[in-house]
Write a protein that binds this ligand. Structure first.
Ligand SMILES: CC(C)(COP(=O)(O)OP(=O)(O)OC[C@H]1O[C@@H](n2cnc3c(N)ncnc32)[C@H](O)[C@@H]1OP(=O)(O)O)[C@@H](O)C(=O)NCCC(=O)NCCS
Length: 157
């Protein structure tokens, strides 16, 4: 798994992207502390226990560094920053049924904007994953010698 770099001072405008997601009835927002059990449960159901652990770190921060996409009060996707490492993006995931509607990209932009607002110049996408998605969606580039990222010597489970 590689890491990828995102140049935050050259982030493309996200206005149209957010509008297109909103037009589909999807709300993109920062999650609230009192929703931790709901979001963590959803991530456990759709993804993995390790991602649940990282999500809980995002909920331990103020402001919470987990963003969610919802429709009719149901979660469709989530994305976190600053969980396993500072300045890192991830984990992120969209429910299988909701993929391909722009949610993953919108969450990515929202998180990168949050990193920029908190003072970072570059964002790191940790332990990729779908490299072509990040290249295409936000112009991320591979960080040389980053394989296998920080996700090494992991306890099983
Ligand atoms: C990767 C993921 C978050 C993308 O979410 P999504 O909501 O389906 O993506 P979007 O609809 O926002 O896609 C935006 C663009 O990227 C493209 N894209 C989506 N997934 C892609 C992939 N795996 N590879 C290449 N391109 C991809 C889409 O076709 C779309 O292109 P367009 O703008 O030309 O229409 C989702 O597939 C997912 O949850 N995967 C499983 C978990 C995972 O791998 N997380 C990342 C860990 S690093």
């Amino acid at each position: 798994m590689i890491d990828m770099l995102v140049n935050l001072y050259e982030l493309p405008d996200s206005g149209e992207l957010y509008e297109s997601v909103k037009d589909k009835g999807i709300t993109l927002r920062r999650a609230n502390a009192y929703e931790r059990h709901i979001v963590a449960g959803w991530v456990g159901e759709h993804f993995s226990p390790k991602w649940v652990s990282e999500v809980k770190v995002a909920f331990s921060r103020q402001p919470v560094t987990c963003f969610i996409a919802t429709r009719d009060k149901e979660i469709l996707g989530f994305a976190c920053i600053e969980t396993t490492a500072k300045g890192f993006y991830g984990p992120t995931g969209v429910s299988e049924e909701a993929r391909g509607t722009g949610i993953g990209k919108a969450l990515l932009f929202r998180c990168m904007e949050a990193l920029k607002e908190s003072g970072y110049v570059y964002g790191v996408i940790g332990g990729v994953g779908p490299r072509e998605f990040y290249e295409k969606a936000i112009g991320a580039t591979k960080i040389p010698n980053s394989d296998p990222s920080i996700y090494r010597d992991i306890l099983p489970g």
